[in-house]
Design a protein around this ligand. Structure first.
Ligand code: NAI
Length: 466
């Protein structure tokens, strides 16, 4: 029987990072993963492959809409879907093999198979049982089912699919319905819209991207509509049926209770994800769960059973790869007797559409609810020379700072490279920066980041280029 200081269950961004950090801290570590490749949902069927398709489809959009303006004449490229999928698979392969290399480099053993925990201190994989002084559960999440839509039956056929199926459709559909205007729905919806599909997004709420600063959300919807996405809001999907290779979505209007139908070649169900903890044996172990089916943990990622920790999508908090990574590192440090810490107030969220959308900290709505006195510094990318040069002047940076102290409370960006720009604010917030600190920092010209500085200036005596 093999003995480990730590066995991590799951090799997604939470689990593999936890395993590497444990090994770096001198702990004998193994990581159990049942997939053929490491990297979990993120690398295999999530963040990474979707970014490959977003990139490819964005290039096509540029060729179709902006090349001629720049004097690049000629026919826009046509889509070789098979090749696009194989490019995406190649990107996945490079990344998953990279984790395998990192495991070898850091002497993390990969135990292949699906794990269960027969008792605290033991992990069973196949017929083998391993001793582990500590166990970290990083088993991730799975798509939540849409009531009345049997995704599993059709995922391979590409008619009613979840995010995994949407990354490998047999062909680009003529018409696609996306159920849920959240991150997955809008990222994948914009991929297929750019590739030529007619895309309709059906959303329960009266706005897209729940939880996002509402000013950004409204502008985002406008820009997506300009790109051809159609939105049906206030619509509760009741069922999805398939007949003769076509899907019919039945939904009820929340305004007038009317029942409606919409048809498409492909329906993408993207109504959220739920923790995946099947087969671990948590119930028998007596591991406490939250009401929402997440593993309950304390602020050091300890579950109710001694020696068992949990991180990532399987516990509370936003289901984001980078949140899981941070928890993975912090849990490893706690196990090694150090002070692992995650600042949940500074976790950025990014949507990788074009333009990108990024946010960190509080939204204006949250500040209002808290009754906090705040000021807003806003700057449009129209005033940013670099953004205009690349046809991306339509977004803005919005900075929220405390009215009295000027301390940055949140930032919301819609525009070019928003997902990168947001990190200047994250670092600032970690240091307790004021808007003036950002405003006084020299920013290279011409960069998109000048828009962040201008928003900070707008919190004080005013932006220059507004
Ligand atoms: P989501 O929670 O972001 O959005 C789901 C949407 O579906 C909501 O707007 C909800 O109101 C709507 N909805 C629910 N039931 C419905 C019904 N019956 N009819 C119509 N609409 C309905 O979930 P999503 O997009 O599936 O993403 C899952 C998770 O994955 C999220 O936590 C997200 O943060 C994460 N993710 C993050 C990415 C990123 O950071 N770029 C990329 C992809 C996923």
């Amino acid at each position: 029987m093999s003995q480990y200081d730590v066995i991590v269950i799951g090799a997604g961004p939470g689990g593999y990072v936890a395993a590497i950090r444990c090994a770096q801290l001198g702990l004998k570590t193994a990581c159990v993963e049942g997939r053929e490749t490491l990297g979990g949902t993120c690398l295999n069927v999530g963040c990474i492959p979707s970014k490959a398709l977003l990139h490819a489809s964005h290039q096509l959009h540029e060729a179709e809409h902006n090349f001629a303006k720049m004097g690049l004449k000629g026919k826009a490229p046509s889509v070789d879907w098979k090749q696009m999928l194989s490019y995406k698979d190649d990107v996945i392969g490079q990344n998953t093999k990279g984790i395998e290399f990192l495991f070898k480099k850091n002497k993390v053993d990969w135990i292949k198979g699906w794990a269960s925990i027969p008792e605290a201190g033991k992990v069973k994989v196949g017929d083998e049982t391993y001793d582990a002084k500590n166990i970290i559960i990083a088993s991730g999440s799975e798509p939540s089912p849409v009531p009345g839509a049997d995704v599993t039956v059709d995922n391979d056929k590409g008619i009613v699919v979840d995010s995994t199926g949407a990354l490998a459709l047999p062909k680009v559909p003529k018409k696609m319905i996306v159920i849920g205007a959240g991150v997955i729905g809008l990222e994948m919806g914009s991929v297929y819209a750019r590739l030529g599909a007619e895309v309709e997004v059906i959303e329960f709420l009266d706005h897209i991207t729940p939880g996002m600063d509402s000013e950004v959300s409204r502008q985002f919807q406008k820009l997506l509509q300009k790109q051809g996405l159609k939105f049906t809001l206030n619509a509760a999907v009741q069922a999805v049926t398939v007949k003769g290779g076509k899907a019919t979505v039945t939904y009820k209007s929340r305004k007038d209770d009317s029942e409606n139908e919409a048809q498409a070649d492909v329906v993408l169900c993207a109504t959220g994800r739920r923790p995946f903890v099947d087969g671990l044996g948590l119930e028998a172990l007596g591991v406490e769960m939250t009401k929402r089916g997440q593993i309950a943990t304390d602020d050091h990622w300890r579950t109710s059973v001694k020696g068992i920790y949990a991180i990532g999508d399987a516990i509370e908090g936003p289901m984001l790869a980078h949140k899981a990574e941070d928890e993975g590192m912090a849990a490893a440090e706690v196990i090694a007797g150090k002070h692992g810490h995650v600042n949940y107030g500074v976790i950025p969220g990014v949507i990788y559409t074009a333009p990108e959308v990024a946010s960190v900290g509080k939204t204006e709505e949250q500040l209002k609810e808290e009754g906090r006195a705040y000021k807003v510094g806003k700057f449009s990318f129209m005033g940013n020379g670099r953004a205009k040069a690349v046809f991306q002047g339509e977004g803005f940076v919005k900075l929220l700072a405390d009215k009295e102290t000027d301390r940055i409370l949140g930032a919301h960006i819609i525009g070019p490279a928003a997902g990168d720009l947001i990190h200047e604010i994250c670092v600032g917030m970690e240091f307790g920066a004021s808007a003036e600190d950002i405003a006084l920092t020299c920013h290279a010209h011409p960069t998109f980041s000048e828009a962040v500085r201008e928003a900070a200036l707008a919190c004080g005596d005013g932006a220059i280029h507004a």
